[in-house]
Design a protein around this ligand. Structure first.
Ligand code: SF4
Ligand code: SF4
Length: 87
């Protein structure tokens, strides 16, 4: 039997899907409760939870190089902290 292998993913070679986006999500950091609900729903894995101040709860942060503007994150946010705006 052939042995399997793990191929290392090189992010620098990944296609940047943000190029053709015409709307982009903006996170209202005041409204975001840091629940992480949006993170697994993003088809481009473009949302990470980040703390912007020491000791402060992590909030959703979007990587616009890969966000394709699909709007799924806006739909799933329970507190409407994400709004799609013109790019
Ligand atoms: S708009 Fe779509 S691709 Fe962009 S962060 Fe939200 S879910 Fe991800
Ligand atoms: S789903 Fe909404 S409240 Fe939860 S982390 Fe994402 S932006 Fe913040």
């Amino acid at each position: 039997m052939e042995k399997g292998a793990t191929i290392k993913h090189e992010l620098s070679k990944a296609a940047k899907t943000g190029d053709w986006r015409y709307v982009k999500p903006e996170v209202d950091k005041e409204k975001c409760i840091g629940c992480s609900t949006c993170v697994p729903f993003c088809p481009e894995a473009s949302i990470v939870m980040k703390s912007h101040k020491e000791g402060q709860k992590s909030k959703a942060d979007i990587d616009y190089e890969f966000c394709k503007g699909c709007g799924v994150c806006e739909q799933v946010c329970p507190v409407k902290a994400i709004l799609m705006k013109k790019n």
